[in-house]
Design a protein around this ligand. Structure first.
Ligand SMILES: C[S@@+](CC[C@H](N)C(=O)[O-])C[C@H]1O[C@@H](n2cnc3c(N)ncnc32)[C@H](O)[C@@H]1O
Length: 271
């Protein structure tokens, strides 16, 4: 992919999060918080650990690291996310993962929850995260599993595709690339890490499906962009089909469902 395509993708990602930050902060924690303990464990985050939480979003990961007694700095490239995360965390800065503006070797642990599939150039991001890691420190990242496994995110895509709704998402790296454990491990090893570990994790998210459809549509750049291309009757139909399928397959009673969520956590140590 040439540089102009990757730059356009990066700009689209940047702009998307500014408008989706409030919706993400309000309602997505019920999903992504499920992955935080494994992410922090993979980076060996404990009391006194100097932690950098990259792409902190509303601060879900950093908040749990604080709860473990860590000393937390958080960054995000979105000004709206920085404003929201600053309500929960003491030290939040606006910076991109590819250019953190932080000193070499300053952190015992660097963590990034669900950043990787938003990077136009993942190798550059990994190199920058490794740069700020102290020798012996660990880097850990989570990435979503493929949509057919990660139903908490993937069901919406399945529904809109089945209804022929095809929105415009700018071309960029394959968002499921690092759901492949070998590719994920190779990315981390290529960044100079050793003791690389990659593991899949599964949990469930307990939601009311209509509300969850609205959340994914409002908070997630790709799903939001696809649905934005539909007209109002198409969106209403997509919501109805989504609710029916979610209840039929994952219904848990009282109009709620337990959606399977799966993600991959990769980590490694800086020698
Ligand atoms: C899916 S959210 C993850 C938020 C949080 N870590 C969590 O686990 O819920 C992705 C976040 O990455 C941020 N982001 C995307 N690209 C980035 C980049 N290149 N540098 C820094 N932050 C970035 C977005 O602004 C957004 O807050």
């Amino acid at each position: 992919m040439d540089d102009s395509v990757l730059d356009a993708f990066a700009a689209w990602e940047r702009d998307s999060w500014e408008v989706r930050a409030a919706a993400y902060a309000a309602d997505v924690g019920v999903l992504t918080r499920g992955a935080v303990p494994a992410l922090l464990d993979a980076a060996a985050v404990g009391s006194g650990c100097r932690v950098l939480d990259v792409a902190t979003g509303p601060g879900f990961v950093g908040t749990e690291a604080l709860g473990r007694g860590a000393v937390v700095t958080a960054v995000d490239q979105s000004a709206a996310m920085v404003e929201i995360a600053s309500r929960a965390l003491p030290d939040v800065r606006q910076a991109s993962a590819e250019q953190l503006g932080l000193p070499d070797g300053a952190y015992d642990a660097v963590v990034a929850g669900f950043l990787l599939n938003h990077l136009a150039r993942p190798e550059l991001g990994i190199a920058e995260l490794v740069r700020v890691l102290a020798p012996g420190g660990r880097l850990a990242l989570t990435v979503w599993d493929r949509p057919d496994a990660n139903r908490a995110m993937g069901l919406l895509g399945e529904v809109v595709t089945s209804l022929g709704i095809t929105g415009v998402v700018p071309p960029g790296p394959d968002s499921t690339l690092f759901a492949d454990e070998q590719r994920f491990a190779a990315l981390l090893a290529g960044g100079g890490l050793v003791d690389v570990e990659v593991a899949r994790m599964t949990w469930q998210v307990d939601v009311e499906p209509g509300g969850w459809f609205d959340t994914v549509a409002a908070a997630m750049p790709r799903s939001g962009a696809v649905l934005a291309s539909a007209n109002e009757p198409q969106r209403a139909q997509a919501r109805q089909v989504y609710v029916e399928r979610a209840l039929e397959r994952y219904g848990s009673g009282n109009g709620r469902c337990l959606l399977p969520a799966t993600a991959v956590v990769g980590s490694g140590r800086r020698p």
